[in-house]
Design a protein. Structure first.
Length: 161
């Protein structure tokens, strides 16, 4: 019979104050890697991302969406009202009538004062405008030569959520 014994590693006591969470990265006393007395920078909070209030904190992928310069919803809507893929932040598109669609956001905006942009497809005089702004949806009407018409286009929305 063989008995294998695995040695238990010795505990290493770190010098105080160990890791400190702060507003910036400080190397501590390490010549390489990270020393136990290093200061680790913090990620920006949702409020700091929305207010763009700190240049010292990092923007993580999960928090980048809260920056005012990042689109909260975007996508391509076909002339039949179908939402193309890929898209982001759009819950659904509902065909209301000729040229009129309701766009429901996957996440409500904080207020009905967000900004929207539209780029229409076509060689004629085509346009699109938004109305009926609500925190959870907006109405898009598309036109050709001044009359409501089912046109394809790309949209994006910016604002706090």
């Amino acid at each position: 019979m063989t008995i294998n014994v695995t040695p238990i590693p010795r505990l290493t006591v770190l010098a105080a104050p160990a890791f400190v969470l702060g507003d910036s990265n400080v190397a501590g006393s390490a010549l390489t890697a990270v020393a136990s007395d290093s200061t680790l920078g913090l990620a920006a909070t949702k409020a700091e991302m929305e207010a763009v209030s700190s240049a010292a904190k990092s923007a993580t992928p999960a928090r980048t969406q809260y920056h005012p310069g990042v689109a909260k919803g975007w996508g391509h809507i076909a002339s039949d009202g179908a939402l193309g893929s890929p898209s982001y932040g759009i819950g659904s598109v509902t065909y209301v009538s000729t040229g009129v669609r309701t766009i429901a956001w996957a996440t409500n905006f904080s207020a009905a004062t967000y900004s929207t942009v539209v780029g229409m497809e076509g060689n004629d005089t085509v346009s699109g405008d938004f109305s009926n702004f609500a925190v959870g949806s907006v109405t898009l009407t598309t036109y050709q030569d001044g009359a409501a018409d089912d046109r394809a286009g790309s949209i994006a929305a910016f604002g706090a959520q």
